[in-house]
Design a protein around this ligand. Structure first.
Ligand code: NCD
Length: 330
């Protein structure tokens, strides 16, 4: 499979070379992303690579990081971003996704879509006149988060030769699905441990894609109170926590097994601690990470969130075919 750079719907077509090109651009954009608060404002030079370009954001599910970082990325590139509001749109008059996608794409240069229905984006791309980026399609994939996660690991302690533990809700947590697919298809040399309570295991289709690369996946189905001890035994280089996806779990499952899903990391683990965020604070399942760990050097989830902006700047520029405009950047 070769990435045609027309859209970014799944992580699957991206080769390691594609990832690395995006990461090189991300390095260039980092000082322009507004995330480094040590750079005095008078030294922060604005970019105009995307001047006159418009992004539309169709977000049918809540979002802080993905929505906010796409919007910030486009604005930092000198372009504009607009929210498409389903509640005040023709969708309320029963307009089809097809017509909505066609009309919206006529109004902009690039479209980002997040929806609880995994099929929504596949319908949308058929009728869009412009590049479409998947900002999370239900329980399926979250490819831009995967690029953020891979970049964070590459720039922290590297990826090859590392042991990664994914834990929490591996069944409905889309970020872990695209992450192991990306690790496998990108031919990274890693060992992955998937840890979850019974009922929230990683779907086999994603494990298959990952292990086809020759890498090993170890599945641990445990009582979540044993998680911290198990992590001590596994001794991962990266621990990747995920929120229990309450909104995707069917009510009967929640009733039957919900109590067993709760877990918390309340002390330092062996490796760097990652999380795509948000950490849930007011549900019966969380918080998955105790707030005392927020300031720990090994907790890298806020840096991971910050990298969301330069990664998405790199992606926008790539999909709009504007990479040449970055040559003059240091
Ligand atoms: C995640 C998502 O939306 O899948 N958040 C994100 O985009 N960074 C994780 C989650 O909601 O648990």
């Amino acid at each position: 499979m070769v990435w045609d750079k027309k859209h970014l719907i799944e992580i699957d077509p991206l080769s390691r070379e594609d990832n690395e090109k995006i990461f090189d651009l991300t390095d260039k954009f980092l000082p322009y992303s507004g995330t480094d608060k040590t750079i005095p404002h008078k030294e922060r030079k604005p970019l105009d690579i995307c001047r006159g370009k418009l992004m539309k954001l169709w977000f049918g599910e809540p979002s802080t990081r993905t929505y906010g970082s796409f919007e910030a990325a486009m604005i930092r590139l000198g372009g504009n971003a607009q929210k498409f509001d389903e509640d005040t749109s023709g969708l309320k008059k029963k307009e089809s996704i097809k017509h909505t996608a066609r009309v919206l794409s006529g109004q902009c240069d690039i479209l980002v879509d997040r929806h609880s229905n995994p099929q929504h984006i596949y319908e949308l791309i058929n009728y869009s006149l412009v590049p479409v980026i998947n900002g999370g399609n239900g329980k399926h994939q979250h490819p831009t988060q995967t690029l953020v996660d891979l970049y964070t690991m590459e720039r922290t302690a590297g990826i090859d030769g590392k042991k990664i533990a994914l834990f929490g809700d591996l069944r409905y947590g889309r970020t872990t699905h695209s992450l192991i697919r990306g690790l496998g298809l990108g031919k990274y040399d890693v060992e992955v441990h998937g840890i979850s309570p019974p009922g929230l295991e990683m779907p086999i289709e994603h494990i298959d894609i990952f292990t086809r690369s020759g890498n090993k996946y170890y599945s641990h189905v445990i009582k979540m109170e044993d998680l911290v001890n198990l992590l001590e035994k596994i001794h991962p280089d990266y621990g990747y926590a995920t929120r229990i996806q309450d909104e995707r779990i069917p009510w009967w499952e929640r009733l039957l097994r919900g109590k067993k899903y709760r877990y918390q990391i309340n002390k330092r683990i062996s490796g760097h601690l990652m999380h795509p965020l948000p950490i849930a604070t007011n549900t019966k399942y969380g918080p998955e990470i105790a707030t005392e760990l927020d300031d720990d050097d090994k907790s890298i989830y806020f840096r991971q969130a910050d990298y969301g902006i330069p990664i998405r700047m790199a992606l926008i520029v790539t999909l709009l075919g504007l990479e040449d405009a970055t040559l003059k950047l240091a």
